[in-house]
Design a protein around this ligand. Structure first.
Ligand code: ATP
Length: 324
């Protein structure tokens, strides 16, 4: 059975009901599961695909809440470990009027950073599976080695590897360390998702076309370039380029739109039983259809608040995409 495995951080986001209030003045927060790779696993499962999340949580109530949320959404949690050595990570967030987010993280270290190489040794990756990772847990900690071990095991089994850097600078000691970790892991990936906000930071090139070309290093076959309300483009290593506009919606919260987008893409690839080799032969028409689906799925997410709660099912998505 084709499965989408995601590895990395899950944490609790504390989100205020009110927007436009500085973090220091927020009085009440709502707790929701966060962490990009965890959100992606939920998106795949909500669409009806098979997904498993690989991480470590603190043996605490917040860790329990995350496991409950994953299980309620049919994500396999066989590789979600628990530790007494650190707590589940927390992030307090405020939403400024201009849409900017202000964060305060409790992550020194958080349990996800303690995932070890041994923990991931028995993940049964095959050439029918997809392995997806992000950059937050490429920080200097045991979890970075766990990523490398699992990615290398995946490459040995011809597993399709997907990387969404999903840059979160406040979690890094310096911008350079974040950028270097992303560049170090980039060549492993067959599929690289990158947003317009991240392209110049990662490549150091301000011409978008040239910047995208510079990303075709190592295994990279597809660069999936997302442009918020302007939709998305897939550029292939052999220079095919397919673009699809986004859906016109009244966006109320774009948190997690990127996670929804890549979740939808990985769901489609796993549904269509794509492998590293078939990825090279996929037609432009098929790529356009996939992009439309991902844009629709992500747009629908922006019309609802929250990350996980905003993710829709396959039925809802198809209805939305075919609306007149
Ligand atoms: P995130 O905020 O989760 O980090 P991101 O920066 O990774 O997101 P974006 O490029 O902002 O990614 O958005 C991803 C996709 O979500 C877009 O390609 C588009 O399909 C959809 N999307 C985002 N914002 C909007 C919007 N305002 N209207 C319609 N669709 C949107």
């Amino acid at each position: 059975e084709n499965k989408v495995y995601t590895i990395g951080e899950a944490l609790i986001d504390f989100i205020p009901d009110e927007t436009g209030v500085a973090l220091k003045d927020v009085k009440e927060f709502k707790r929701v599961m966060g962490g990009a790779p965890a959100n992606v696993a939920v998106a795949v499962a909500k669409l009806g695909g098979k997904s498993a999340f690989i991480s470590k949580l603190g043996r605490d109530s917040f860790g329990e809440h995350i496991i409950d949320t994953l299980k309620a959404n049919a994500v396999n949690t066989n590789w979600v470990f628990k530790t007494d050595e650190a707590n589940t990570g927390l992030a307090f967030v405020s939403l400024q009027k201009d849409g900017q987010r202000d964060f305060s993280f409790y992550r020194n270290p958080s349990a996800d950073m303690l995932l070890t190489e041994n923990d991931v040794d028995d993940v049964p990756l095959t050439n029918n599976d997809i392995l997806h990772f992000c950059s937050v847990d490429l920080i200097d900690a045991p979890v970075k080695k766990a990523h490398r071990r699992l990615i290398e095991a995946g490459l040995n089994s011809d597993t399709l590897i997907s990387f969404d850097p999903n840059v979160r600078l406040p979690l890094w000691p310096s911008h350079t360390e974040c950028k270097n970790a992303i560049l170090e892991f980039l060549p492993y990936a067959h599929i690289l998702k990158i947003s317009d906000d991240e392209l110049e930071f990662i490549t150091g090139i301000n011409d978008a076309d040239k910047a995208i070309q510079s990303l075709f290093v190592g295994n990279v076959q597809w660069v999936v370039y997302t442009l918020g309300s302007k939709g998305a483009t897939i550029i292939t290593r052999d220079n095919k380029k397919v673009t699809s506009p986004s859906f016109l919606v009244k966006a109320c919260d774009t948190t997690g739109a990127g996670d929804a987008f890549i979740g939808a893409l990985l769901y489609k690839l796993s549904e269509n039983k794509q492998t590293i080799n078939s990825l090279k032969n996929i037609s432009s028409t098929e790529m356009t259809k996939i992009l439309q689906f991902c844009n629709g799925y992500a747009a629908l997410t922006t019309t609802r608040s929250g990350a996980v709660d905003a993710l829709s099912s396959l039925d809802e998505t198809v209805k939305f995409i075919n609306r007149k």
